[in-house]
Write a new protein. Structure first.
Length: 230
């Protein structure tokens, strides 16, 4: 789901879509779907047992969990541990994306996975604007363990150029943005295609964000990362 940042002044205007993406969700925060409204947080013991650590599924996926460091829009560490926890089915799908990218000499780097609801509340305190942050009263798809933020790396683990860095909430992060270098747009297209082919749903305003299949069936969770024994 969308993280948040003060909307920056952006000199670039969005242009027409040149790289169609097969599965794109519109901005999800302004209006909650019935599925998002209907599911309260799961009990901690039930929720924790339904999460898996991506390292146990595919250790070749690179981790750069930004909210476990100050290198994010809040400039503070929000997680006690740098872990990527996901619902098992979504972790399996992500592993399949990694395998498909490896055939091209590429791979995934993960910025964020499951996000406890308590962290979502902190983000909302900093930016109580549903255009940029999921209202914790509704919850983010990250809070469900059903969304991932990712980018591409080469076979050495070096991050590839994208139109923006993670947590850039200008028009340049939109899938329709046609500025920047041709190489960065090509990398974005490769990532989108690889994720969409495995059933992940893109977010039109953030090239790095993807919702897993059937995310609606999962409830919001508020289990600290260190409490999950995956």
């Amino acid at each position: 789901m969308v993280a948040c940042q003060m909307p920056p002044t952006n000199p670039f205007a969005s242009q027409s879509v040149a790289e169609p993406v097969s599965q794109v969700a519109s901005e999800p925060n302004a209006t909650a779907s019935p599925a998002e409204k209907a599911l309260p947080p799961q009990p901690a013991n039930t929720a924790a047992s339904q999460l898996v650590d991506i390292r146990s599924i595919n250790p070749r996926i690179v981790l750069d969990i930004r909210y476990a460091t100050p290198n994010n829009f809040t400039h503070r560490s929000l997680y006690s541990q740098a872990r990527c926890l996901l619902r098992a089915a979504i972790a399996a799908d992500l592993s399949q994306v990694q395998a498909s990218l490896e055939a091209q000499g590429l791979g995934l780097k993960v910025y964020d996975c499951y996000r406890p609801l308590a962290v979502q509340r902190k983000m909302w305190q900093l930016m109580p604007d549903s255009r940029y942050v999921a209202n914790p009263a509704v919850g983010s798809r990250h809070n469900r363990g059903s969304a991932v933020d990712v980018t591409l790396v080469d076979r050495t683990g070096r991050e590839l150029e994208m139109p923006t860095d993670f947590d850039d909430f200008s028009d340049r992060a939109h899938l329709e943005y046609q500025g920047g270098s041709a190489q960065s747009r090509r990398h974005r297209q490769i990532l989108q295609q690889a994720m969409n082919q495995q059933g992940f749903i893109s977010l039109s305003t953030e090239w790095w964000h993807f919702d897993g299949q059937n995310w609606q069936q999962y409830q919001v969770m508020d289990v600290p990362l260190e409490k999950v024994k995956a």
